[in-house]
Design a protein around this ligand. Sequence first.
Ligand SMILES: NC(=O)c1ccc[n+]([C@@H]2O[C@H](COP(=O)([O-])OP(=O)(O)OC[C@H]3O[C@@H](n4cnc5c(N)ncnc54)[C@H](OP(=O)(O)O)[C@@H]3O)[C@@H](O)[C@H]2O)c1
Length: 157
Amino acid sequence: MMQPLALIVAHAQNRVIGADNDMPWHYPEDLKHFKRTTLGHAMIMGRLSCEALPKALPKRRNIVVTRNANYQREGFEVFTDLDQAIAAARETDEEPFIIGGGQIYGLALPQITKMYITEIQKSFDGDAYFPEYNEAEWNETERREEGDLVFRCLERV
Ligand SMILES: NC(=O)c1ccc[n+]([C@@H]2O[C@H](COP(=O)([O-])OP(=O)(O)OC[C@H]3O[C@@H](n4cnc5c(N)ncnc54)[C@H](OP(=O)(O)O)[C@@H]3O)[C@@H](O)[C@H]2O)c1
């Protein structure tokens, strides 16, 4: 039995999640969905995604993974190993969230049990991508369409 570990992402039709360490779109309804879904949870992110944020997000544990053992940033807990970060997150949260970016999604995917995916029904130019996954390994448990966006929740079969 896998221990719960969630992921949240918004990706474009061509799997793009970012460009120049930013998101190449602005969908306020997706930001609200992100906030609602992650509030109260421990969130784990890569160092580049951390630096894409203006500051640590309130009312959530902000955990960053970097190979730089000296890295420090106000409001962020720093780990040099993803599994250590996940273990620390689980001390306070039975279902922590992986919140990106591309490198960290790829590393964490084999351990992920639930994915909150916002599919943007458009393609964008970018330089960071959501990894390929096999839809057959996932059950869709929620689906809501709103304009260009499809909000999905997938649980591992
Ligand atoms: N659309 C979305 O939902 C979404 C969500 C999050 C982020 N994003 C976007 O994604 C992009 C960033 O993604 P990214 O793939 O470039 O970077 P990332 O995954 O956010 O961070 C990469 C960094 O994580 C650290 N890292 C990677 N592997 C590691 C390991 N095995 N052990 C320890 N540390 C490790 C390294 O930090 P050091 O270099 O410090 O060692 C690496 O540079 C941005 O454009 C951002 O806006 C989009």
